[in-house]
Structures are given as structure tokens and as C-alpha cells.
Ligand binder design. Structure first.
Ligand code: PMP
Length: 346
């Protein structure tokens, strides 16, 4: 089909090479780094009840948004002015890409949305490749960038970057976005650095330990002047729905759940490592809720046929021949491990 003349050519070109998430049926869904457990039924019931007390026909109101920021900021130990609530952590990335000047640095391999959002916002993007250990070389910062993007723990490599790398980026770049989507698993955060650097932005998500990928909740952290700009361009609170705000207001109720998820993930991750060792499969030790491993090209198809959905990382620069498996519920993990054994002992 001829596309209308009004559509951007660069977007059309990208849409042809899009890699999509599998739609096939599954028994184990281990392809999107989601949480291994649902929120407990009593918490879901409580939130639904609270939601039913609100007027759905109204747009999200400023007082509800303020309450949500208050509760979230208490959890984070920062001021309510230093946080923006968004529809998923991705929206923070998009926002930071919109408000910053064009010259942008992205490291590969990483979360593919960075390239995509750079394209959307017509950035002048430089892509640097991480070292064989997936570390950032601070020499990259000798060149000035308006925006440097650092994902730590990185997806899909699972490693963290050194404090010296983060500090060097903050000293040299116009703005630095640190993606802490997986920070609950690593226990590492750079929030305190907003006191020292007004060019620091942090993005986080409720999609992992909080188990709410489907509701799309994320948040951004920075000094209050930057948060005000982000809220302005996103027209906060119209970018988030009232259920998301209710969840932030009740964040304390979710904390026992996230501790449970975390404990389980750490335990299961060790099980995966020992199985990979046993099977002599090369894998990347991970500070997230996923593990990337290298394998022969037919394994992906085999697993999909067996109803085990994992992520094929081959389209990501530097990850050819790798698959990524999320740590799921025990039955899902066992199915994956059993199928891996069967495939290798065929
Ligand atoms: N950053 C990274 C590195 C991620 O892996 C993800 C989710 N896969 C996100 C950000 C965004 O998460 P969400 O939009 O679901 O909040």
C-alpha cells in the first residue's frame, strides 16, 4: 500500500523492521520480565473497592494526584515535588527525550525502546557499544552530549554500572537519564544524587516487583524544577488514570508483596544458574529478574513450540545468538528447565 504523504519516512522505515512480541499460546510466559506473582486477591479487592468510590466520568483531579505524589515520595524519602507519576516507566523516557536537546548517547546492547524513542523525538543519536563485560567506558563522556542514557541494571545483560561511571556522566553531560527499572532486584539506586546534580533524571516502574505491568504505572525522579517541566509537557495528571493514582496512594500496602517477589526471584535465579552450569550453557549473571544465555539458533523455535515463551535477543546489537528468560513462577521455571534438558539430550 502507498502510505499517505504526511507520514514520516523515517518512521515508516522503522516500522518495517519492528520485532514483535509473540502472540502464540503458552504455558510459561517468560519473555517480558513481568512479575512471577499476581498481587494478593485481598489487595486487588481493596483497590477495586476504592476505585468504585471515585467518579470514573471525571478526569484525574489535581488533589488525587497530589495525594499520590505525597505517598510515593514518602516511600522514596524525597519531596513530593521531586517525583512525576506516569503511564509506565517508558513515559518518563519519552518525556526526558522530548525536553532535552538533540545530541544523545545510547549504549548497546540495551532496552530497545531507547532507539525507538530517539527516533520518535528526532534525536541526533550516537550509539556506543558496551565493553565485552558490558561496562561503559568513561572516555565516551569526553565528547559533550545533551543527554546520556544509562540503564542499570541493564536489560538484557543484567549487569550494573560502576558509581564512577555514573558520576563521570553527570559531571560531563547536559542531562543524564538513569533507568532503574530493575533496581528493586539490585538494591542500588542513585536517588540521593539529585541533591548534588540537577541534570539527573531517574525512571522507575511498577511493572516488575510491584506486579502491575498491565496497569502501566511508572515514575520519574529529579529536582523539582525538572519535574515541573516534565509535568507541563505531559499535562499531568491527565497522563495517568485514577486507578494508578490509587495504587500510589496505597503503596505501603504493596510492600510485603514486593519483598515476597524479590525473595523468590533471588532463590529461583540461583536454581537457573546451577542448571545452566550443569548444562554447560553460557549465561550472563544478572541483577534483574531475567537471565540472558547463548544457545544454538533452533532452541528458540523449540521452546516456542513447547509453549515456553522466551525472548529472542538476536535483533538487539551485540546479542546475536542469545535468548533471555524471565524468572517466572515455579511451574513455569521448571517447565523451561525441563524443556532445556530435553532439547539438549535429544
Ligand atoms: N526500562 C527498562 C530497562 C525496561 O526493561 C522496562 C520494561 N521492560 C522499562 C524501562 C519500562 O517499563 P514500563 O513502561 O513497563 O514501566
Amino acid at each position: 500500500m502507498e502510505f499517505p504523504k504526511g507520514i514520516r519516512k523515517d518512521i515508516l522505515k522503522r516500522s518495517k523492521s519492528t520485532f514483535s512480541v509473540s502472540q502464540l499460546p503458552f504455558q510459561a510466559k517468560l519473555d517480558q520480565n513481568e512479575s512471577c506473582f499476581e498481587l494478593p486477591e485481598n489487595i486487588k479487592a481493596f483497590l477495586t473497592e476504592e476505585l468504585n468510590k471515585l467518579e470514573w466520568r471525571r478526569y484525574p483531579q489535581a488533589n488525587l494526584y497530589r495525594k499520590a505524589k505525597q505517598a510515593l515520595s514518602e516511600y522514596l524519602n524525597i519531596s513530593p515535588d521531586e517525583v512525576i507519576i506516569t503511564s509506565g516507566g517508558d513515559q518518563v523516557i519519552q518525556g526526558v527525550f522530548i525536553i532535552t536537546n538533540p545530541k544523545t548517547l545510547i549504549f548497546e546492547p540495551t532496552y530497545p525502546m531507547y532507539r525507538l524513542f530517539a527516533l520518535h523525538s528526532k534525536k541526533k543519536t550516537k550509539i556506543e557499544i558496551l565493553s565485552p563485560e558490558y561496562e561503559i567506558d568513561t572516555d565516551f563522556f569526553n565528547e559533550y552530549f545533551d543527554l546520556v542514557n544509562i540503564v542499570t541494571p541493564n536489560n538484557p545483560t543484567g549487569n550494573i554500572q560502576k558509581n564512577s561511571v555514573i558520576n563521570s556522566a553527570l559531571k560531563k553531560a547536559g542531562a543524564v537519564l538513569i533507568d532503574e527499572a530493575y533496581h528493586e532486584f539490585s538494591g542500588i539506586t542513585y536517588i540521593d544524587l539529585i541533591r548534588k546534580f540537577n541534570n539527573l533524571f531517574i525512571t522507575r516502574t511498577f511493572s516488575k516487583t510491584f506486579s502491575i505491568s498491565g496497569l502501566r504505572i511508572g515514575y520519574g525522579i529529579s529536582v523539582k524544577e525538572n519535574i515541573r517541566i516534565l509535568e507541563n509537557i505531559m499535562f499531568s495528571p491527565y497522563n495517568v488514570n485514577i486507578l494508578s493514582l490509587l495504587i500510589c496512594i496505597n503503596i505501603q500496602k504493596l510492600l510485603p508483596h514486593i519483598r515476597k517477589v524479590n525473595k523468590f526471584i533471588q532463590k529461583e535465579k540461583e536454581k537457573f544458574y546451577s542448571q545452566f552450569d550443569k548444562l554447560k550453557i553460557n549465561y550472563l549473571k544478572s541483577c534483574g529478574n531475567f537471565i540472558s544465555f547463548s544457545c544454538d539458533s533452533k532452541l528458540y523455535k523449540y521452546l516456542i513450540e513447547k509453549g515456553v515463551r522466551v525472548r529472542n535477543l538476536s535483533p538487539i546489537p551485540g546479542m546475536n545468538g542469545y535468548l533471555r528468560v524471565s524468572i517466572g513462577a515455579a511451574e513455569e521455571n521448571n517447565l523451561f528447565i525441563n524443556e532445556l534438558h530435553k532439547y539438549l539430550h535429544k
